[in-house]
Design a protein. Structure first.
Length: 401
């Protein structure tokens, strides 16, 4: 097996994923075009050398349908010979795209690829693609419940309190504010422009740096009514009969934000990089996905992390930086608790609670954030992981070179 290397990583700013958001006027294809062009321009890349454009996208319908990867590559001016494929592993789709591209390089089936993700949550609403996840019969047979209830179940099973979740959320906001103040994202963030070249958005607009514990304490739990009054909590008891009552702790302030955005990474073999004059920034050490229990659903980062470490012949202590997606505060809190990871190593520049979670793009954004942080602090290794709907987890370990 050959090694797969990361040569560059870029992303757009995250825009508020509602009609009032700055990126609402931008087609999702144009979000993706922005990062594909940036990869090409920053690396003086002859796109005839690109053997695939692999893009994660969750809600593949409407403006995000019909293989957005291929048509964005064409609109970005990539050579016709560069194919495209759009993949969906729910919230880990962006990381899955990277792992898929890297696997092809490692297998010798590809020498150079662009991989990343896109999601315009303001224009293509979450869940608008329908499917089994939203089908009552499928839900009953599998036993799944809405993710928010799963997050509250996770917190209940492992003793994570509302106070802990809120404190974690405040810290995420604080860390993101510090990162933005010190321009830690500037290396990789490329502005989104309109057709006339005017900047539409150049900085993440979702963070709320004025968030306090007092403000969060006044928010009502978002999923309590669905769980108790609509009876959805009872659906979890077939698998977790020991849980008499779910403690609903999650709300808008300690859960991930709905945002728009895109990201792309340039991945290839050492030999192709040398031939094109590309300097490798990191090596992909291991990349895995795992299945997990679909009712609890969001505990997947733990087995995924354990498998990624096993494949890499590493231990938790060998990892310098962790990016654990903050889909809900309980997810990173549980992962840290279960694996013994100190908070000072996790989401150092804030996470999705502060910055937002553009579904198909998030995994690629997190890996790029980890890479920038490793270079800034002269660290060696990072692990990026996300929980996934339906009970899955994805994790990727990279090492600076």
């Amino acid at each position: 097996m050959a090694d797969a290397y990361i040569f560059d990583a870029v992303r757009t700013p995250r825009g508020i994923g509602k009609d009032k958001g700055s990126l609402h006027t931008v087609r999702p294809t144009d979000l993706l075009v922005t990062v594909l062009k940036a990869i090409q321009e920053r690396n003086a890349l002859d796109t005839r050398e690109v053997e695939d454009v692999v893009v994660g996208c969750v809600t593949q319908t409407g403006e995000q349908g019909t293989c957005i990867a291929r048509f964005a590559a064409l609109e970005a001016g990539y050579d016709n010979s560069a194919p495209g494929v759009t993949v969906n592993r729910f919230c880990a789709s962006g990381l899955q795209a990277i792992n898929q591209a890297a696997a092809n390089v490692a297998a010798g089936w590809s020498d150079l690829a662009v991989a990343g993700g896109v999601e315009s949550m303001s224009r293509v609403k979450m869940g608008s693609d329908g499917g089994a996840m939203f089908d009552a019969q499928a839900q009953w047979r599998v036993g799944t419940v809405p993710q928010g209830i799963s997050a509250d179940l996770l917190a209940t099973l492992f003793g994570i309190t509302r106070e802990q979740a809120d404190a974690f959320a405040v810290e995420s906001q604080k860390r993101a504010a510090i990162a933005m103040e010190h321009k830690r994202f500037d290396k990789s963030v490329v502005p989104v422009r309109d057709d006339s070249g005017l900047v539409v958005l150049e900085r993440d607009e979702y963070p709320r740096p004025d968030t306090t514990l007092e403000k969060l304490s006044g928010l009502k739990a978002s999923f309590e009514m669905f769980g108790t009054q609509f009876g959805l909590d009872s659906l979890t008891r077939r698998v977790y009969p020991q849980v008499d009552r779910i403690n609903h702790i999650h709300h808008a302030g300690n859960s991930s934000g709905i945002v728009d955005g895109a990201a792309a990474l340039l991945i290839g073999s050492k030999e192709k990089g040398q031939a094109l004059g590309l300097k490798p920034r990191a090596r992909i050490v291991s990349a895995v996905s795992t299945g997990d229990e679909p009712v609890l659903m969001l505990a997947g980062p733990v087995p995924a992390t354990e498998l990624a470490l096993k494949k890499a012949k590493m231990s938790i202590g060998d990892i310098d930086v962790f990016e654990i997606n903050e889909a809900f505060a309980a997810v990173p809190l549980y992962t840290m608790q279960k694996l013994g990871i100190p908070h000072e190593k996790v989401n150092i520049n804030g996470g999705a609670i502060a910055l937002g979670h553009p579904l198909g793009a998030t995994g690629a954004m997190l890996l790029g954030t980890a890479l920038d942080l490793m270079e800034e602090r002269n660290l060696s290794t990072s692990l990026t992981t996300l929980c996934i709907g339906g009970g899955m987890g994805t994790a990727t370990i990279i090492e600076r070179v």
